[in-house]
Design a protein around this ligand. Structure first.
Ligand SMILES: [Zn+2]
Ligand SMILES: [Zn+2]
Length: 668
């Protein structure tokens, strides 16, 4: 981590004191999504793309996944600008959020991408935080003292997409962005292969290339090839046609609109992103369709089914998207009919397969004819296959090669392709998020990594779901919650039987039994821990660490439940303080013997906590094990000892009731 301060970047024994060019992906490696890359030379830092990813199973209530940007926040003074390659969510989706956290003085990018981005920035209220500067093909922009970037038109599933040629003091970097070689592009905008070859001819130091389909042999079919297949299904449909695809697949959507026109069908649009993207794309001229082709969804029901085409979101089975809601019979405007033909013109992103097939099943059960899958010719990828990768390598002729934008096996496959083209294995690096690629005119190496990981945003896209919150949600979902109300006097006496509430816990124990156990824990804490948890300050009432009391009770009950019932619900203890002298409640704690060991030190407990939590959370989440310390120690490590872990940042509510704010309960 020695390079984290950023003041002397990359000068690891390079000859003549020349700094190395540092390229640091913070996202997009070993995954598909949240592409975010940093270029650094001397005092200049330039960003290329900043995308988002979507949550995986178990990330309850998480809306969006972003890369950890501590490195950028720490070095924000050196950020000179940002380059955007194209407008897909996995390349621009993170920008509005980042603008709230650090300063990006200027963003250069294609017109369509920046138009979509400005909509997102407006929504996030960060429109005034940066300058958006559109570029045209072959335009060169200068970023900081050391970078000049040429935008080379490429072909991809999204219109207005670019490959970058980045000239740096160390040499020229070709950064492909997302690409395929489509020689018959739907919008007539050809890949500027000549320009790429020009750089190849002059000498490219390193190629960073999209690896999404590196496992697939052959060439990626052109986008246009889906046209006749879609045409066949649409023209043969007896009733309504319902099509789902990515809203951002501009070319696909263009063809669908063209086919609707050709087949005499009016188009109804469903889904916010579908409406937004089509509006932007038509406004900027990336999509041509007459206004009267579109009919508002409320009126389209008046048209005959054979003259209707509904284009909607939901190709990934996203639970809230239009088609998913229709499949569950939950859409206010559209119900499935027997005569419907429903076309999935997209393939599931890995991880979405199950929700997609479930949606297909539900639609079929409702009686619709569903067209989906590889054999139908209704979808092609926007990313290169192996033979396209070879063409890219042949054109760029790089000295060094780094496969990016892909899961690990894709990166490995892509590196093999490069080797088959004569690039030596030691001129290739397979890297992970946070790794630092250091390049000089004649060397490539991995430097010390910077901090990388993930940041999870909740549905508001403002709140951060940290590791502890996620752990609590997983616990809630899997094991339920028990709340416990205890009345304790300021002189350390239980004044009423504890009230216990159980939600979502599978257990043989009833509330009464739990109440008795809770009583025992409270009694135990009052007998064994009260002297550490309260302090006589000379005033009327002693100063009590109520949060410490709650925590002790929670930990005790947690251990008991694990031991006796093998369940680990989330336990929330609330203490209502009562005035000193309130008569004691005698309790039923004698009902069962307490054979718990006496208190012991807690040293190992902390380690157990980290280890245990680590098993359940992903690697990135536990880089700071202290943050997941709400997990309880194992029974073997037995008794609690509060002072060193009791949180201090708790607040008493004016009513005198103390409520534990779990958000502040982080053990030190
Ligand atoms: Zn893309
Ligand atoms: Zn991408």
């Amino acid at each position: 981590m020695s390079n984290l301060n950023g003041s002397h970047p990359g000068n690891n024994g390079q000859a003549k004191g020349q700094p190395a060019l540092r390229v640091i992906p913070l996202g997009g490696l070993h995954e598909i999504g949240k592409n975010t890359c940093v270029f650094e030379y001397g005092d200049d830092l330039m960003l290329v793309d900043a995308g988002l990813a979507f949550p995986s199973d178990g990330m309850h209530g998480v809306n969006v996944v972003l890369p950890d940007t501590s490195y950028l926040r720490e070095n924000q003074k050196r950020i000179r600008g940002m380059i955007v390659t194209h407008g897909h969510e996995d390349h621009i989706g993170g920008i509005p959020h980042h603008l709230k956290n650090f300063n990006i003085p200027i963003i250069y990018g294609p017109r369509l991408a920046l138009s979509i981005l400005s909509g997102k920035m407006e929504e996030a209220g960060v429109m005034d935080r940066t300058i958006l500067q559109t570029v045209s093909p072959r335009e060169v922009v200068k970023v900081g003292q050391h970078f000049s970037v040429e935008f080379i038109r490429n072909t991809h599933s999204m219109a207005d997409s670019y490959t970058l040629a980045i000239t740096t003091p160390a040499g020229v970097i070709v950064f492909t962005g997302d690409f395929k070689f489509d020689h018959t592009p739907v919008d007539g905008e050809h890949f500027d292969i000549a320009r790429l070859a020009h750089y190849g001819e002059q000498g490219v130091l390193c190629l960073f290339s999209d690896s999404t389909n590196a496992e697939l042999p052959g060439f990626c079919p052109p986008e246009r090839s889906v046209f006749p297949h879609l045409d066949r299904h649409i023209s043969q449909a007896e009733g309504r046609v319902i099509i789902t695809t990515f809203a951002s697949s501009i070319h696909r959507v263009s063809m669908i609109l063209e086919l609707a026109l050709k087949n005499g069908r009016k188009v109804g649009l469903l889904g916010r992103s579908m409406l937004n993207v089509i509006a932007k794309a038509r406004e900027l001229g990336y999509m041509r369709a007459p206004d009267d082709l579109f009919v508002p969804i409320k009126q389209i029901r008046d048209l005959p089914d054979r003259e209707t085409l509904l284009l909607m979101t939901g190709s990934q089975g996203e639970p809230l998207a239009a088609l998913s809601r229709i499949s569950r019979g939950e859409h206010p405007q559209v119900q499935v009919k027997n005569s419907d033909t429903i076309i999935f013109s997209a393939s599931p992103i890995p991880g979405n397969t199950i929700s997609v097939v479930n949606t297909i099943d539900r639609l079929m059960m409702l009686g619709a004819k569903v067209v989906y899958g590889k054999g139908e010719g209704i979808h092609v990828s926007g990313h290169s296959f192996q033979e396209d990768h070879k063409l890219m390598l042949a054109l760029a002729r790089p000295k060094f090669f780094v496969p990016v934008h892909g899961e690990h096996r894709m990166l490995v496959a892509h590196a093999k392709t490069a080797q088959s083209m004569g690039i030596p294995a030691d001129h290739t690096l397979i890297i992970d998020n946070g790794d630092v690629v250091e390049l000089t005119p004649d060397s490539i190496r991995k430097g010390d990594p910077v901090k990388a990981g993930i940041e999870l945003l909740d549905a508001s896209r403002n709140g951060i779901v940290d590791a502890r919150v996620l752990k609590e949600r997983q616990q809630l979902a899997e094991d339920g919650v028990i709340t416990l109300l205890a009345v304790i006097t300021t002189d350390g006496v239980m004044a009423a039987p504890p009230r216990v509430n159980i939600r979502g816990v599978v257990t043989t124990a009833d509330a009464r039994k739990l109440s008795i156990w809770a009583e025992r824990e409270i009694t135990w804490v009052l007998e064994n821990r009260w002297s550490q948890l309260s302090r006589n300050t000379g005033g009327k009432a002693p100063d009590v660490d109520w949060v410490g009391v709650q925590r002790e009770v929670e930990l005790g009950l947690q251990r008991r439940l694990r031991r006796e019932l093998q369940v680990e619900p989330l336990i929330i203890c609330l203490v209502q303080p009562a005035p000193a002298g309130t008569p004691a409640y005698k309790g039923r704690a004698d009902a069962e013997p307490d054979n718990r060991p006496a208190p012991r030190g807690r040293r190992e407990v902390g380690r157990d906590v980290g280890r245990e939590a680590g098993r359940e959370l992903s690697r990135e989440l536990v880089r700071d094990p202290a943050r997941v310390a709400t997990a309880a120690p194992t029974p073997a490590a037995a008794a609690p000892e509060a002072k060193d872990t009791a949180p201090s940042a708790e607040e008493a509510e004016p009513s005198g009731r103390i409520r534990r704010r779990r958000s502040a309960a982080v053990a030190g």
